[in-house]
Design a protein around this ligand. Structure first.
Ligand code: ADP
Length: 266
């Protein structure tokens, strides 16, 4: 039997009066589900042909000496663009999984110290010759109830963005702090910054602060949408502040009940 979805709003007036409004959102919920299924199916269907294309492109590039010189540049471009498409499909699939998987992940414990150390190391590799200075500090309470894979996607998107949007040899600091309110991951960069008018919309899919500037960063445009969903799944919140031309700070807040003292405390 199909479910009926109702949205109920209760307003209080004075001591006794109440206004209750019930809205039937069944159709809306169904459409939303259809959209998710569609995106998920399309990404799945596109993955196989793309894997085949990529396989042949890699083989051709491995034996580039056998390829006529005039085809080398086009081959490299095809390989790069196919790589972008692969990243896009991977992110789309991850996003559909995150949207359907909105369950509580209370019994898994993630060692945030280990996770952030790995992510910063990957970020240094991504920076390479661009020589960003990446600093990491973590306080003693660094175990979090939550899904390690999801947290890895979220945190690495934020840290890699800091590298992408910060000029060469810029400073990036990654701090994990806990206090009475909970745990907070803050990532600050000395990069190009974001005009405040864009900030409220940054977690929308494919929203970009300034499309013309971002042609070469190689992002999928889905990174911060992924961050938002991972935080939703972990009762967390994202805070973004920025000064254009000076840099940005992205903070992930987690409630206190998500922190645990030791990896065994489940
Ligand atoms: P993208 O793949 O384009 O980086 P994201 O969803 O990760 O997509 O980010 C959305 C947009 O937010 C980016 O296109 C960029 O305009 C802006 N942005 C994200 N992180 C930063 C940052 N650290 N500094 C400046 N702009 C940023």
């Amino acid at each position: 039997k199909p479910h009926i979805h109702l949205q109920i709003q209760i307003s209080l007036f004075g001591d006794d009066d109440r206004l209750i409004v019930a809205r039937d959102v069944t159709r809306l919920t169904q459409l939303e589900q259809m959209r998710r299924d569609f995106v998920s199916n399309v990404s799945h269907e596109m993955r196989t042909p793309l894997t085949v294309l990529n396989g042949y492109l890699e083989t051709l590039l491995d034996s580039v000496d056998d390829v006529a010189p005039k085809w080398r540049r086009p081959l490299e471009t095809m390989n790069r663009q196919a790589g972008r498409m692969e990243a896009l499909i991977k992110d789309l699939m991850l996003l559909s999984r995150l949207e359907t998987d909105e369950h509580q992940m209370d019994d898994e414990i993630t060692d945030v110290r280990k996770l952030l150390e790995q992510i910063c190391q990957d970020a240094r590799a991504l920076s390479g010759d661009r020589a960003h200075q990446i600093e990491l500090s973590i306080d003693d309470r660094h175990f979090l109830y939550g899904d390690e894979g999801q947290l890895r996607s979220a945190f690495s998107n934020i840290v890699f963005n800091a590298v992408k949007y910060t000029p060469d040899s810029g400073l990036i600091t990654v701090h994990w702090v806990t206090d009475r309110d909970g745990a907070h991951l803050s990532v600050t960069d000395s990069g190009i910054g974001i005009d405040p008018i864009h900030i409220p919309r940054l977690t929308e899919r494919f929203y970009r602060a300034d499309p013309s500037r971002h042609q070469d960063t190689g992002g999928t445009g889905l990174g911060l949408a992924i961050v938002k969903h991972v935080l939703l799944n972990h009762d967390g919140q994202l805070e973004i502040t920025s000064h254009p031309g000076e840099g940005s700070t992205f903070i992930c807040h987690f409630p206190r009940r998500r922190i645990t003292e030791s990896p065994e405390a489940a």
